[in-house]
Write a protein of this length. Structure first.
Length: 193
């Protein structure tokens, strides 16, 4: 097995186990067993659990944002439709089996006080999501940073509500609020965008 293949298998196992059960509940030996990678190769790839956790978060960030962007690109006919599509995607994600909320908020809650890498990865993810949302609303009249910040607050609030309350429809309520904000920013008056 090549080092890159081992890394891919380790990240896949880490993502499945860490997301499902939490980081502190999963040991390196479980990841080794689930990945089929030797302990020696595991530690050659990731010398510490904190390095594996940071790599897992960065890997998850790439996949999460790519899935969101692909959905929005496919489902938003106009720039004004894009924010609503974000929340439609969230609703779909919230209803998937095994949904456990935001991996970055979860990891920050578990390890933020002791892992600079987790803090950095979580902040980088949140910054990248904000940049993505800002890009979606940039073309709207009054679609500046304030609107992007408001939409990201709705996004994070919907994720947290769906996770803690077990309510996937939080995404739909947040969508309604997002549409109201986008409509106001677009200057098209009351109604749905």
């Amino acid at each position: 097995m090549h080092q890159e293949e081992a890394r891919v298998r380790l990240l896949g196992a880490a993502e499945e186990l860490f997301y499902a059960r939490g980081i502190q509940a999963v040991g390196m030996d479980e990841i080794r067993a689930a990945s089929g990678v030797s302990l020696k190769r595991l530690y050659r790839s990731f010398p510490s659990k904190h390095e594996l956790v940071e790599a897992y978060l960065r890997h998850r960030d790439e996949g999460w944002r790519a899935a969101l962007a692909a959905y929005v690109k496919e489902h938003a006919a106009t720039p004004a439709d894009a924010p609503a599509a974000v929340f439609d995607w969230l609703h779909t994600w919230f209803t998937t089996p095994g949904f456990r909320g935001c991996a970055f908020i979860n990891a920050f809650g578990e390890l933020g006080a002791v892992s600079e890498g987790v803090v950095r990865a979580a902040r980088d993810h949140k910054d990248a999501v904000r940049t993505y949302v800002a890009g979606l609303v940039r073309e709207l009249p009054s679609g500046g940073p304030a609107l992007a910040d408001q939409l990201v607050l709705l996004l994070d609030g919907a994720i947290t509500t769906a996770t803690i309350g077990g309510d996937p429809d939080a995404a739909l309520r947040a969508r309604d609020a997002a549409v109201t904000l986008v409509t106001a920013a677009a200057g098209t008056g009351p109604g749905r965008a």
